[in-house]
Design a protein around this ligand. Structure first.
Ligand code: PEP
Length: 678
């Protein structure tokens, strides 16, 4: 369901029209290569749904770009190794076998089949390919050479990255980013390009990754159990701290568990330890205690005398590890504890193995975790696996398809779980609009029901936040129809008192009972035809917020006030008085609707520029009252004869975040085009 506030949603390929458009798409085809042959095509296959969708939607050309290893750095390392081993090193052969994109293009061609033509743009450069792209037949897929052959791709200075980004932007009218694995990189082809292309959207792979990973940090289905493994505490501090906020239990496994055990005063023998991280481990344990998060550390172990695949596994039945041994995996008591903790979860996130699973003798703990998480998925638990090693583990045990989501990004998934903003994702965010219909004193219950049914159907695929506010008599009927839909249920007014002898009034409790979620208050018809004062409106606003409703507070000047130059003074007064005593926390449930009285129901609309000027002014009033963060978050709708013809121009304005619609909301075929504007 929609949250209140001015949020920036991810825009996906579904929100744009690709017909006859040239598309430039970043994919993550950074696949393992040996002698020019793709060794594992998971990442190529993962991009195919988006590629097929764009082609099916009629794109003129689809140009793909990706990096493939890091030619300069990788070659240097390979050369050093060859010299050390006393072998000769052929740079061209090495690069051809590992970093050239032509074999990847050929592999993609095989995967897409004969109906699609994939052409390689040449190994000379990613620059200067516009003419080559434009001469291709409609529906052709063009693969550019490895972007990392150009140092501008990863350059630190933005102007350097922009040089390549501008050249790549020439190849598309629309930029699609489907490279989740590289989304944490602020590179020319992942982020800078968005500055030079009119539209930037996310592909299906990116969308799925965000859908599963972001809520773990923002709003997981609780209880959340996090299983974090891996060798080093130092690389997982940020993710541990971030996950502490929402988890009920944090399972810490793998090499880093021994640093935590040492921090607790346990004996860890010769196990891996980061002595400089003992302090950090202690403070994480302390923070968990304060937050009431259960920390699950190994209770027993499988040890060995040395770190070797052939080392003999030794059972260590207690938490303390003898001096001659090092911990390599967890023991059966720990696995039993994992089972108990996992059985309580509604969401599980797993990043990092709990033992040296690449050595068969020490893989049991990780295998058991994989099985337990897979079994939880079958019971309806949301399970998300991220990070190279845990993904390798679920693949090794053939359990990848048994998880809700297995991330394709190592670093990117970790950074998202740390709660960080990823440059490659941020460029695909668009504004989140709120479009509301005020049905006023119109329609019988039957007519209102028919309209609600039509809207449920027509707005099902809508991308914005919606509200229908019928008259009191139809709320119950309409509410039944809107249940489970993406349209919120509204009321057009409420009483200023909670209960009692108030003939003709309707209370917030009664509205709550009907399932109302949003109340429109201070509408100009209430202010001017029913003489509602700022103080009365304020009383209603506070009462509605106290009872957990969202509120749309309407403000706006009359024609006389406009002619006398009082627009700002009126809007300021109505905003300040309407919100008097509302806290900054409560404010996130408030939307302001700027509705110039002279424009309501008259067919006269404020020009987009005039409306924008008032919206900007009102945002400034909010900033003075509540600070800049709250002002940025505030959703400000425009109202006053909004229709399909003027909605796009109005909502293109910087500070107009949606619309409150009267007349045009009374029919599905006049409201739908406004609600689905893009
Ligand atoms: C309204 O009643 O809030 C309104 C804006 O009406 P209309 O769209 O008909 O001008």
């Amino acid at each position: 369901m929609w949250e209140a506030g001015r949020k920036k949603m991810i825009k996906t390929v579904k929100t744009v029209n690709f017909k006859d458009k040239r598309v430039i798409m970043r994919v993550d085809f950074n696949v393992p290569m040996k002698d020019g042959v793709v060794q594992d095509d998971t990442r190529i296959r993962a991009a195919i749904p988006t590629i097929k969708y764009i082609l099916a939607e009629g794109a003129k050309t689809l140009t793909l770009m990706s990096h493939l290893g890091d030619p300069a750095k990788d070659a240097e390392k390979a050369k050093e190794k060859a010299v050390k081993d006393g072998k000769s090193f052929d740079l061209d052969k090495y690069i051809k076998g590992k970093h050239r994109m032509a074999p990847v293009a050929a592999h993609l061609q095989k995967k897409l089949g004969k109906t699609v033509s994939v052409v390689f743009a040449g190994e000379d450069s990613c620059y200067g390919k516009k003419a080559f792209i434009d001469k291709q037949k409609p529906g052709t897929v063009i693969m550019l050479e490895n972007t990392r052959f150009h140092k501008e791709e990863t350059a630190k200075a933005a102007p350097d990255r922009d040089k390549l980004a501008k050249a790549l932007a020439e190849y598309g009218d629309i930029f699609v980013n489907d490279a989740f694995g590289t989304a944490h990189r602020d590179h020319a082809s992942t982020a800078s390009i968005a500055k030079f292309v009119p539209v930037s959207v996310a592909g299906f792979l990116m969308e799925k990754e965000i859908k599963y990973l972001e809520p773990i940090v923002s709003s997981p289905v609780k209880p959340l159990v996090a299983i974090i493994g891996g060798a080093k505490v130092s690389s997982k501090i940020a993710v541990l701290e971030s996950l502490l906020k929402n988890s009920s239990a944090l399972v810490i496994g793998g090499g880093m568990a021994y640093t935590f055990l040492k921090a607790q005063g346990k004996k860890i023998g010769k196990s891996l330890v980061e002595d400089d991280q003992i302090g950090t481990a202690k403070s994480i344990l302390e923070a968990a205690k304060k937050a009431g998060v259960e920390i699950v550390l190994p209770l027993d172990h499988i040890g060995a005398e040395k770190f070797d695949a052939a080392a003999k596994p030794v059972k260590i039945a207690a938490v303390d590890i003898p001096a001659n041994l090092l911990g390599m995996d967890v023991g059966p008591k720990t696995v039993a504890k994992y089972k108990e903790v996992i059985s309580k979860a509604k969401t599980i996130v797993w990043n990092g193995p709990v033992g040296v699973f690449e050595f068969d003798a020490f893989a049991k703990g990780t295998e058991e975790i994989a099985k337990l998480v897979a079994a939880a998925t079958a019971k309806g638990v949301i399970t998300v696996v991220g990070g190279g090693d845990s993904v390798a583990a679920v693949n090794k045990y053939g359990l990848a398809s048994k998880m809700s989501h297995v991330s394709t990004g190592g670093g990117a998934s970790l950074e998202l779980l740390e709660g960080r903003k990823l440059p490659g994702i941020e460029v695909t965010r668009g504004r989140d609009y709120f479009i509301a219909g005020n049905w006023k004193m119109h329609m019988t219950r039957k007519e209102a029901a028919d309209l609600a049914k039509a809207l449920v159907k027509s707005l099902k695929s809508g991308k914005h936040k919606y509200l229908a506010a019928p008259s009191f008599t139809s709320i119950e009927t309409v509410g039944e129809i809107l249940k489970e839909s993406n349209i919120l249920l509204g009321a057009q007014n409420c009483a200023a008192e909670e209960k009692g002898a108030h003939t003709g009034e309707v209370s917030v409790t009664q509205l709550k009972d009907l399932g109302v979620q949003v109340i429109i208050l201070g509408h100009s018809e209430r202010r001017h035809s029913y003489s509602e004062s700022d103080d009365l409106i304020n009383k209603k606003v506070k009462l509605a917020l106290m009872h957990g409703f969202e509120v749309i507070l309407c403000i706006g000047e009359t024609l006389d006030e406009r002619n006398k130059g009082k627009v700002e003074a009126v809007c300021k007064r109505q905003t300040e008085r309407g919100l008097a005593g509302v806290t900054v926390e409560e404010l996130s449930a408030v939307t302001i609707a700027y509705e110039p009285v002279w424009a309501i129901g008259t067919g006269k609309t404020a020009t987009p520029a005039d409306a924008q000027a008032v919206h900007k002014f009102v945002r400034g009033v909010i900033e003075k009252l509540y600070g800049s963060q709250a002002a940025k978050q505030m959703v400000i709708q425009y109202g006053g004869s909004v229709n399909a013809g003027n909605a796009v121009q109005l909502m293109a304005m910087e500070d107009i975040d949606g619309a409150l619609v009267g007349g045009a909301s009374l029919k599905a075929d006049t409201f739908t085009p406004i609600a689905k504007f893009s």
